[in-house]
Each structure stands twice: as C-alpha cells, then as structure tokens.
Design a protein around this ligand. Sequence first.
Ligand SMILES: [Zn+2]
Length: 252
Amino acid sequence: MTDQVTLYAFNCGWFQCNPGYYVEGDEGPQMRAPVPTYLIEHPKGRAMFDTGMGQRYRREQDNPLPADKIGLEWFEGMDVATRLKAINVDPASINWIINSHLHIDHCGGNAHFPNATVIIQASELETARNSEQRYLYTAEDYDTGQPIKAVSGEYDLFGDGTVRIVPTYGHTPGHQSVIVKLAGGDVLLAGDCCYTERNLDVMVLPKATTDMELGMETYRRLDTLRKRGTHIMFGHDGLQWKHVTEGVPFLL
Ligand SMILES: [Zn+2]
C-alpha cells in the first residue's frame, strides 16, 4: 500500500533575505531560499502541498531582485502549473490543495487548480480573513473560489495513514504540515513551521513567529520525529534544497 504513494518536489521561486530572518541572531549576506511545492500522488487522488506565489512576484531573468533586497521572486517556467505540465500532470486533475498556511508564498498558485478542494486549518482561515497584514494574507491568493474544507487538528486525507495532515502551530495560528508515508519511510513536509534544518539543530525560532510557545512546542515535536527517523523537508532551506532532485519521485 505505502509504495503506492509518490511524492514530487518542485521549487517555484526564491525567497531572498538575510540569515537572521530565519535564525534569530544569525548574520551574513542575503540568502536565497527555495519556495517549495509538492505533488502527492495516491491511488485515490492527487494533492498539492503549497502552491508557490502569485503572478505579481514574477520577474525577468535579466532583472532579478537586487542583491541587497528582501523579497520574493520567480522566473518564467517556475510557476507550479508549468512545473506540473512538464511532468505531464494536468493542474485540472488535482483534487486537493493542502496549504500549510495562507501567507503569500504558500497559496499564491491556488488559482491554477480549479477542481481542487482547499484543505486548511479553520483557525488559519479565520486568521487570514481577519488579518490586517494584507501584505502577508492577500485575498487574491487564498480566496480563489474553490470549495474549502476547514479542519481542526489532525486529518488523515485518504483514511489509510499515508497522507496525514498534522497541526504545527506557531509560525501562524493555524499552520499545518503533512506526513507522507513513502515506501522508504516517512517524510514530513514542514512548510514554515520550521524554515531550515539549522533552526531545529539550534532550537531557535525566527522572529516571524506569532506564538513563540506553540512554535517551540512544534520544534520539540519535529525534533522527536526526526530522531525517530522521519525525514523533514524544511520550509525555506537553501542548503537542504541542494540535495533535492525536482520533478522525479522523491526517494528516501
Ligand atoms: Zn514561507
């Protein structure tokens, strides 16, 4: 059963910022981190975990974000729809979108999936709708007309334990991650509950955490899972991403 689940990773753009943004206290030149999306294929359907960012962050190759600027960017061919089509997956065939949370760099590609149901924690949806931080929560990204399934806490997508949505609160009030059971073991797609492997190694949260206590609780849970052999894919980790082969079945 478990070998019937296939996972694909894609980088749909870049998040450029200083190291201290990820790990409070770190210093150095600006870093470029990936903006990952994942396709999960299961005999009962296809799900995306996060969808990248919207059209407004697209830049031309010869006009990238200036090296000293913090921000998001993607270039032609990097959007999630183009990435899927390149492996012969029609975006219209996607049944579910699991958004880790509703910040601009995680749901900006939702509009590419007209037939999907969006699965989100109820508390995240409420936060997005009531937020005054419109630069982080933008309705044109997360409010794209598909049905929304609001869940609270854990949710087993296919009822067989192969794709488990788990709450990982802290970065935002309703952040969630996914644990995918592959033939070779479990992979936890963290999203922004943990930006980089270094965050977990030093157990230091970024300043961009809405609830430090919940964030640290999430780190402790991830650390325990990691020690037990779960492979964690971090949210924006340029170093880890160097070892990822995109667009092919993810192997452990
Ligand atoms: Zn992010």
